[in-house]
Design a protein around this ligand. Structure first.
Ligand SMILES: C[S@@+](CC[C@H](N)C(=O)[O-])C[C@H]1O[C@@H](n2cnc3c(N)ncnc32)[C@H](O)[C@@H]1O
Length: 270
């Protein structure tokens, strides 16, 4: 078996830097307040597949500014949200956005590593994640934390960037991980194994098919409507702009080849 691609530079400190500054702004320009592939459409599909019920408490692991929880309150009538994220800057932004949307009484944030949230056992009806677990080293530990937080019968539902059915060559995979600051990636199969080891039952595990078309759109927007705004965010550094576009084209190639996908998983705690 070839060794899976990995990136030792994809540390929590490096990721915190990304989400404390210009790179987060760039991702929001490209994706919007919901920093995940296909925004609202993806969230609606995940909530539907998870069978999210009104009421109850959701914990969003790696919540960024809390867009996932504001979505769950508005579109799935979840009653309370707790967002866990390690980056103070995004949590400050999230608190402002919660006030803006009048949901600051229903959503609170915990600044912590998502693998050790400090939240109580079995307090969540729903543990949620959207395109963020890819940043976390030792994802089986994150899966154990998600299962620990869920009530018996509770749901763990998330999307994530994953290796697809045709994983890349090591060099191409490592190039992608370095660009994204991911330490490594799971696949649907390795998540299946991690959930089985953590004692939860996987009910849905699928490739959403959304990855490559979305990257193609982001590239078109960066070359058109968003060019000025993107250049402003990176201080009009043309060389950096060229490098980013080059790496996104590489990500698109990996997506088209089925090497990288947005995967969707719904698991139930017995
Ligand atoms: C892509 S953003 C999440 C986007 C969000 N789910 C949404 O849909 O809008 C990734 C977030 O993961 C957080 N993060 C990455 N690694 C983490 C870790 N080990 N523990 C807690 N948060 C982490 C980052 O701080 C960042 O805010």
């Amino acid at each position: 078996m070839p060794t899976a691609p990995s990136n030792p530079a994809g540390t929590p400190a490096a990721v915190r830097d990304v989400y404390s500054g210009a790179e987060r702004e760039l991702w929001e320009l490209v994706m919007g307040e919901q920093i995940h592939i296909d925004g609202l459409a993806s969230s609606l599909a995940l909530a539907a597949k998870a069978g999210v019920e009104p009421g109850g408490t959701a914990v969003d692991l790696c919540c960024c500014s809390g867009a996932g929880l504001r979505f769950l309150l508005r579109f799935a009538q979840v009653a309370q949200g707790i967002g866990v994220d390690m980056t103070p800057a995004v949590l400050r932004l999230g608190a402002e956005r919660n006030r803006r949307d009048g949901v600051d009484g229903c959503i609170r944030f915990v600044q912590a590593d998502a693998r050790a949230s400090g939240l109580p056992d079995a307090g969540a009806d729903l543990v949620w994640g959207e395109d963020a677990w890819c940043y976390v080293p030792d994802k089986p530990a994150l899966v154990r934390e998600a299962v620990r937080l869920a009530k018996p019968g509770g749901t763990i539902a998330f999307t994530d960037w994953m290796w697809g059915a045709s994983p890349p060559e090591a060099a191409a995979g490592e190039r992608f991980l370095r660009f994204m600051k991911f330490p490594d990636l799971m696949s649907l199969d390795s998540y299946r194994a991690a959930f089985a080891a953590a004692g939860a039952r996987i009910e849905v595990a699928e490739d959403t098919g959304r990855f490559a078309p979305a990257i193609e759109r982001y590239l078109a927007d960066l070359a058109g409507q968003h060019t000025w705004d993107a250049l402003r965010i990176i201080g009009f550094d043309q060389a950096m702009a060229g490098a980013i576009i080059g790496e996104m084209r590489h990500a698109l190639e990996l997506g088209r080849a089925g090497a990288v996908v947005q995967g969707l998983i719904v698991a139930r705690k017995p």
